[in-house]
Design a binder for this molecule. Structure first.
Ligand code: CP
Length: 308
């Protein structure tokens, strides 16, 4: 089995079989990531460009490492010092990379739909590494992979997503991915940070942290995205932490053996306290490691390869 599309733009475009294919392939890729010899030649002779118009640590670096571990050439376009600063359009930048022989372009952009626009205009495969407030599909896939490692399957899991739902492409991709794979998703956050229509995506909107986490297998805290707020949508970080942040008390209604997740970067003490982020139920570091394996699987499969 192969992926049908040349691009990976959103979870909505993937079938359940394709999601399983990516995750199953990532199981083998993780063996490379955790081995003493992080090297293979599956993508030898291929070139992967990372083109990030927004800041990133985890996603950009993991794509670069994923490319290198697969034997591809990995090149980062430093957008701030590129010809983008002289006004070059996204399509012209993409076409320039295309005719240099790029096989895959990994793009993060503040505008929702920018990866889709690029994908229509280049021959290279385009991977959405986060577009505005729309989707972050590779994050949802690595989150699902992490849940599958912890519980064996996503089917039947109860997942609580807490925080800034409005601005969160991670929440949107996770809701789409988890509900597609048979999990139930509950969300809670400040009313001012709750996305209208989120229930139409299949999530249940709750009235408190306690209600959202009751009986949950997974609690996922989201980063408060101050950079996307044009005006203050909550009074202060301290107040956010008190009413909307996780703490051992309000998380105590989760199932025994529940795991805590966060896509990062964290605002420690706001969305999640250090005692939880660094505690035994946290899989936040595992999410980061799994991000490399899942992105290796995506790069591998987008080159037309079948399951490893
Ligand atoms: N989770 C995530 O997208 O992190 P970065 O912004 O560091 O890539």
């Amino acid at each position: 089995m192969k992926l049908r599309s040349k691009d990976l733009l959103g979870i909505g475009d993937l079938t359940t079989e394709e999601i399983s294919l990516i995750l199953d392939t990532a199981v083998d890729m993780k063996k490379i990531v955790t081995s003493g010899m992080k090297k293979s030649n599956y993508l030898q002779g291929r070139t992967v460009m990372t083109l990030f118009y927004e800041n990133s640590t985890r996603t950009r670096v993991s794509f670069e490492l994923a490319s290198k571990y697969l034997g591809a050439q990995a090149v980062n376009v430093a957008v701030a010092s590129s010809s983008v600063a002289k006004g070059e359009t996204l399509v012209d930048t993409g076409r320039t990379l295309d005719v240099m022989g790029t096989d895959m372009i990994v793009i993060r952009h503040s505008s929702s739909g920018a990866p889709h626009h690029l994908a229509k205009n280049v021959k290279a495969s385009v991977i959405n590494a986060g577009d505005g407030m729309h989707e972050h599909p590779t994050q949802a896939l690595l989150d699902l992979f992490t849940m599958r490692e912890a519980f064996g399957t996503a089917k039947g899991l109860e997942v609580a997503i807490i925080g800034d739902i409005l601005h969160s492409r991670v929440a949107r991709s996770n809701i789409l991915c988890l509900t597609k794979m048979g999990a139930a998703v509950r969300v809670y956050g400040p009313t001012t940070l709750m996305a209208p229509g989120i229930s139409l995506m299949g999530a249940t909107v709750c009235g408190s942290v306690e209600e959202a986490v009751a009986g949950a297998d997974v609690i996922m805290a989201l980063r408060v995205q101050m950079e996307r707020q044009k005006k203050a949508l909550f009074p202060s970080a301290a107040e956010y932490a008190r009413f909307f942040g996780l703490n051992p008390g309000n998380a105590s209604g989760a199932k025994p053996g529940a795991i805590w997740m966060h896509p990062g970067p964290m605002n420690r003490g706001v969305e999640i306290p250090t005692v939880m982020a660094d505690g035994p139920q946290s899989v936040i570091d595992t999410q980061v490691t799994n991000g490399v394996a899942v992105r290796m699987a995506i790069l591998y499969l987008l080159t037309g390869r079948e399951e490893h």
